[in-house]
Design a protein around this ligand. Sequence first.
Ligand code: ADP
Ligand code: MG
Length: 259
Amino acid sequence: MTAMLEVDDLSVSFGGVHALRHVSFKAEVGAIVGLIGPNGAGKSTLLNCISGITTPSGGAIRLDGQALRRITPDALAARGVGRVFQHPDLVGELSVLDNLLIARHRSLRYGLLAEWLGLPRVAAGEREAERMVRGVAARLGLEPLLHAAASSLPYGHRKLVELGRAMVMESRLFLLDEPIAGLNESEIEKLETIVRALREQPGVAVVLVEHNMGLVKRLCDHVVVLDAGQVIARGSAGEVLSDPKVLLAYLGEETADAP
Ligand code: ADP
Ligand code: MG
């Protein structure tokens, strides 16, 4: 079976910094792949390459067996790749509701002419879009914030809106960069339930960058460990977290929840 996502021998350098060196991994449908490693290991760079923001200097990325080359973030979203950035990227002056509606509209298709003429199916589509968006917002606990400007939200909640955006676009591949940073315990539990539910949806795969090892253990089917741009271990969470190479890589890290 072809993996939904295949990263093959990927390298990236920024000037003299080798952010990624010959990195390979796969994400299969129905699985959550954890991507862990100390700060600066290259995790966000890897997600940036997959989402078309950073151009790799070598290697290949395949989605459903097809190479992704010079693809724009919009084209990628149309192919079902949804993303929660480490630093959220919303339309700050617009409300949470509008940010979600824009995302939903991107994934709906009625021609511009129909929209301009205000045809009934467009109006019905609008109502359906709003119903769907409100449903996702409720699952994420964002209902009370629907009319707040995205820029007024705390960091953790902006990330939840990004996850909502990927959900309303009915993404198939979710790339989540530290999705629980900035959330309190009950919000983390909610997010955990949602990520589990995403995995249960037919045809969905998740890549999760996370520092909270408890969450990694509970959620991830497979874990890839990066250090200084290289894969230093892979396996189940239990296996990699007891690997001396991994423990050594984390030594000196000041992250309180490192293993
Ligand atoms: P992580 O997400 O694992 O903490 P990053 O992918 O953000 O790590 O960074 C990996 C390395 O690449 C770091 O040394 C970082 O300073 C460098 N880096 C990341 N993005 C850029 C950039 N746009 N320009 C130059 N260096 C970068
Ligand atoms: Mg990062």
